[in-house]
Design a protein around this ligand. Sequence first.
Ligand SMILES: [Zn+2]
Length: 330
Amino acid sequence: MSDDVIPLPRDDSLPGTLPEFTRKFSSDNACAALLRRWKYGEEGFRCPRCGGRRAWFLPSRRLDECVSCHKQVSLTSGTVMHGSRKPLRLWFLAMFLFVVSKQGISAMDLSRQLGISYPTAWTWLHKLRAAVGTRAKTMLHGVVEADETWEGGVERGLPGRPTVGKKKALIAGAIEVKRKKGWGRLRLQSVETASAASLGAFLHENVAPGSTLLTDDWRSYRRPAKEAGYRHIATNMKTVPEGAHTVLPGIHRVFALLHRVLLTTHQGAVSRKHLQNYVEEFAFRFNRRSSASRGLLFQRVLSAAVMRAAPCYWEILGRPDPDTPLWMAA
Ligand SMILES: [Zn+2]
């Protein structure tokens, strides 16, 4: 896989099943040990201030304190766990459940299974989604199907492809067609409109120049395809009595699956504002559907998660944190 992931230390075979998980991460210390090895590598602690190699670990505060200069270094800074006071083991378990669930896990389920509050579960899932969604990506290439779909169903009676209404949201998708192996990688994005500007931005970001692009004959695909130098094959669906799914079978199947996941796992409760996170999570799972080892998947989420500081609950909601003192919020 070409995605940029910090590899875990070699000796850390990661859990693929729940019993394996509970054996391996039986305590917060076991989780902290893995994070420490990950953060400092085989050589161990190095003080960012004085370069000292010896430290005391303060488990309750998840800090390494340099023996020479007493500089304290947080183990979870720059990770999704940053600032959380919940046990590391709960976080690891949340990541594990997030990975092993085939169609994702809802905040309600996670809250029940971990015994944490609903808002906490909701925030954690958004942090994990944000972490897997913002990772470095390579562009799709070769033969690529592209199309768009409405989340929430198409409003009847509206001619053509209307712009996003209050409740409906538009999702653009592209998937690689592999002659022998079926489908390759998938990219999904929540877009504002079905205009050439919106769809063009999505395509140019995700499909490499020179690719062969298969679409229906919606006019918004023409200009972006020309600009990027795609070999563009547009099919007028009216000339295909068998239906659009025979011309663009890959992306249509993906859209059908996506709608099902949004309706079942998340009970249709996904707001437009957060739709991008959900579709990225879906693409993340889809792109790893053939991975033989769940342990490897777990590693990818864990490593993706520690690569960025995650937004807090109030940032996700786009509201000021009521607990933040005014002088800090300013
Ligand atoms: Zn030091």
